[in-house]
Design a binder for this molecule. Sequence first.
Ligand SMILES: O=c1ccn([C@H]2C[C@H](O)[C@@H](CO)O2)c(=O)[nH]1
Ligand SMILES: [Zn+2]
Length: 133
Amino acid sequence: MTDETTIARLIRAARDVQGRAYAPYSHFRVGAALLGEDGTVYTGCNVENASYGLTICAERNAIFHAVACGCRRFAALVITGDSKDLTAPCGACRQVMAEFAIPEIILARPDDSYETFTLQQLLPLTFDESSMA
Ligand SMILES: O=c1ccn([C@H]2C[C@H](O)[C@@H](CO)O2)c(=O)[nH]1
Ligand SMILES: [Zn+2]
């Protein structure tokens, strides 16, 4: 379990990167802050494109950023966004979270209150490596 001080730090990091989202089409900004097992925080924001389908979500941006930095083991992921309530990840991001078995997924509200979910809650009956055994 990630302690409250660390979660507060992750929410702050997610809000900061949310502010750098490139979302001229949807005007919906998302920020993600991923805590590596080594204590490093990796962030990502959504980056849109005039060819809409090329858009990358904040969560996948953060995960790919971490992997590119050499980190593959994670403790928690915080997601912030422009939703009126919790900002929930899309299905594609849930699938990528499953690839790296992110244990704690924390969805924040605009007032910085939050709720914590497991991957099992967000993506039951997951397709993963074991599905192909
Ligand atoms: O999991 C999600 C879902 C959506 N978005 C972004 C993509 C797009 O830029 C905007 C509206 O869909 O929100 C994310 O960053 N993460
Ligand atoms: Zn997504």
